[in-house]
Design a binder for this molecule. Structure first.
Ligand SMILES: Nc1ncnc2c1ncn2[C@@H]1O[C@H](COP(=O)(O)OP(=O)(O)O)[C@@H](O)[C@H]1O
Ligand SMILES: [Mg+2]
Length: 479
């Protein structure tokens, strides 16, 4: 299989090195800081050995004449280039170095000794595409099934730390999905944050792409909802407050996640919802001024403007968060149903009811907050910043209690479908994951089983929450 990172490498520059200016007087001086790794490296140039000063800053390797002259002569983006570490023995002398392989050529760099190599490697390994995952990590067991691959628990051979490895078999997926993986990596590298799962390294072999991530111990929020079903307003407000802060950060970075749901929120400690890490940026995208238009997300969580094929922005994520909060507070999903098509239909209509049966012990301010997040119109829907200033959130954040007498109950409107009445196929399906939807088929309201021969989970429903349902712009997957 061809290297999937050649294309993005090509997109950066048509040559291995990029020049700011060929004129020495125009060259800018680089400022060193604690995040840079720098030092002399030797390489062969037209058969002669050359020694120059190199600075590795984020995903760029800068080439300068010497430590005394830090004006940048040329630079290269190493994000999508492959890293090959080598040791050569020449006339009983060991030489250490690394090769940087890009779509437009490669270059060998030699370091002075093994210690120097050990200092260069961590930053290079973090920023580049590595080759042999088996040299660095042990696969322990499967912990999650992704839509297009598996997630494993792994162990770092060097320091024995626990990691998660998301592996995708290239031949199993379409080119367009491989492009999504590239995007996922790009975004994860760009938006490091304490509430986002941290990407450690990326590997690509002949057959697979592996994303090595910090392991998040407490499992999916989904599992916790299964286990606990309802959470106190105080806890939910704390969760919402943190999540909205994360959303403000993502908005500053111009990122829309597009698949917020309990399966993609991992808990640091089992059953404690207030300490989480967001994962799965497989559908995340950088928003342009014109907005986004790809129809994607998960039935039951997706913003109605996406289903109505309108342009959408950051507020699409706000909607999904609103649905998650509805579930956390009431233990019920607002759009329940037997078939995905049914859920999508309700999701699109977006008539959200706060049933007295499930909401009577919850403050009206909490319900009002959820309503503002799940408003059908993105115009009147809260933005993340507006939501952070909401009365209920603020009150709970300040640890004040609502007066019981202040609570007004919202009347029960229509009955909720109980989980037992759902399609038995859902419960008895094999343990594979149903993950892909053809929107055209969905709109025909066909039963789920007929929609796809793909895999489905054994435990599909939690009180209306649907496990691993995803739909997006017509089958990205190779079938
Ligand atoms: N860093 C991690 N630590 C622990 N479990 C993880 C981690 N990343 C993913 N998982 C598990 O694997 C599942 C699938 O991963 P995800 O990134 O959501 O893949 P997909 O895009 O295929 O849904 C998650 O829902 C979670 O259960
Ligand atoms: Mg996922």
């Amino acid at each position: 299989m061809p290297c999937i990172f050649d294309q993005p490498d090509d997109d950066f520059c048509e040559t291995f090195w990029a020049y700011i200016s060929r004129k020495a007087s125009d060259r800018q001086k680089i400022t060193l800081n604690s995040s840079c790794h720098h030092g002399y490296l030797t390489f062969l140039h037209k058969g002669n050995q050359k020694r120059r000063y190199f600075i590795l800053k984020d995903s760029f390797l800068y080439y300068c004449k010497s430590y005394k002259d830090l004006r940048i002569i040329k630079y290269t983006n190493i994000s999508w280039k492959r890293l090959e570490v080598f040791t050569e023995t020449q006339e009983k002398l060991e030489k250490f170095g690394f090769k940087i392989v890009g779509s437009r050529g490669s270059m060998d760099f030699y370091v002075d000794n093994e210690d120097s190599l050990a200092k260069w490697l961590p930053s290079l390994q973090q920023q580049m595409i590595n080759i042999d995952i088996e040299d660095d990590y042990i696969f322990i067991k499967e912990v999650g099934k992704g839509n297009f691959g598996y997630v494993f628990e792994g162990e770092c051979i060097e320091n024995r730390s626990k990691v998660a490895i998301k592996s995708i078999t290239k031949s199993m997926v379409k080119r367009s999905y491989l492009e999504r993986i590239v995007k996922e990596i790009e975004i994860l590298r760009k938006i490091r944050h304490p509430y986002i799962v941290n990407i450690l390294r990326v590997y690509e072999s002949e057959d697979c792409v592996h994303l090595v991530l910090d392991y998040v111990e407490g499992g999916e929020l989904y599992q916790t909802i299964l286990h606990k079903s309802k959470f106190s307003e105080r806890k939910v407000a704390k969760f919402a407050n943190k999540f909205l802060q994360l959303m403000v950060f993502m908005q500053e970075k111009n990122i829309v996640h597009r698949d917020l749901k309990p399966e993609n929120i991992l808990l640091v400690n089992k059953n404690r919802i207030t300490n989480f890490k967001l994962c799965d940026f497989g559908f995340a995208e950088e928003a342009s001024d014109e907005g986004l238009d790809l129809v994607c997300g998960s039935p039951g969580y997706v913003a109605p403007e996406i289903l109505n094929q309108q342009k959408y922005y950051f507020k699409a994520d706000v909607f999904s968060l609103g649905i998650i909060l509805y579930i956390l507070l009431s233990g019920r999903a607002p759009f329940s149903g037997i078939k995905a098509a049914e859920i999508l239909k309700k999701n699109k209509k977006c008539h959200i009811v706060f049933y007295n049966k499930y909401w009577r012990n919850i403050s009206p301010e909490a319900a009002a907050f959820v309503s503002k997040l799940t408003d059908i119109s993105p115009l009147s829907r809260y933005s993340a910043v507006e939501a952070l200033n909401d009365k209920w959130l603020q009150m709970n954040h300040k640890k004040q209690k609502f007066n019981e007498a202040e609570k007004t109950f919202i009347p029960l409107e229509i009955p909720v479908v109980s989980p037992q009445t759902r399609d038995p196929d859902w419960q008895s399906g094999n343990d594979k994951i149903l993950s892909i939807y053809d929107m055209k088929k969905l709109s025909k309201n066909e039963p789920l089983k007929k929609l796809t021969e793909m895999r489905r989970p054994s435990n599909t429903h939690i009180k209306g929450v649907i496990k691993e349902l995803r739909m997006f712009d017509l089958a990205l997957m190779k079938r």
